[in-house]
Design a protein. Structure first.
Ligand SMILES: C[C@@H](O)C(=O)SC[C@H](NC(=O)CC[C@H](N)C(=O)O)C(=O)NCC(=O)O
Ligand code: NI
Length: 145
């Protein structure tokens, strides 16, 4: 039977990216270093979703010859990663306190968008219903998401 496994994103700074997704509630499950391929794979998941709904971070090590590392620009065909959170206000406050821009604030108590350190769009959706509350209810969007 076909089942969902993971989504892979390439990252330029694995530690910063792991910390970003830890703020959303994910935790590192495992990692694999490839000396031959010069890359590291890091698998993250929400507690209880290990092995069934993971995020795979691919970190390509800097070239041995000292040339510039590959940079990534998101294709318009990629939309976003989405996570359901227990309290969208608490999650957005945690992200904001860590210096993350809340591109689409949770004005309605339901949905917010942020960007990962490499600019991957991440949608946060409230589990259940929360009433609009300040300061989020009157916050403007920051750019696009
Ligand atoms: C472990 C399994 O989930 C994988 O996705 S391994 C896939 C493999 N990844 C790599 O070789 C990582 C380094 C590579 N330079 C890269 O940036 O992808 C692979 O085949 N990757 C190609 C791809 O398009 O995903
Ligand atoms: Ni993969």
């Amino acid at each position: 039977m076909t089942s969902y496994l993971h989504t892979m994103i390439r990252v330029s700074d694995p530690d910063t990216t792991i910390r970003f997704f830890e703020l959303i509630g994910l935790r590192e499950v495992r990692r694999h270093d490839s000396e031959a391929g010069r890359f590291t794979l890091i698998f993250l998941a929400a507690p209880g979703e290990e092995g069934v709904a993971e995020l795979e971070l691919t970190y390509n090590w800097p070239p041995e010859d000292g040339s510039d590392a590959e940079t990534y620009s998101g294709g318009r065909n990629f939309g976003h990663l989405a996570y359901r959170v227990e309290n969208i206000y608490d999650t957005c406050k945690r992200l904001q306190d860590a210096g993350v821009t809340i591109n689409r604030p949770p004005r309605d108590g339901h949905m917010a968008f942020v960007h990962s350190p490499d600019g991957i769009s991440v949608e946060l959706l409230q589990e259940g219903h929360l009433e609009p509350q300040e300061p989020w209810a009157s916050m403007e969007n920051t750019g696009s998401w």
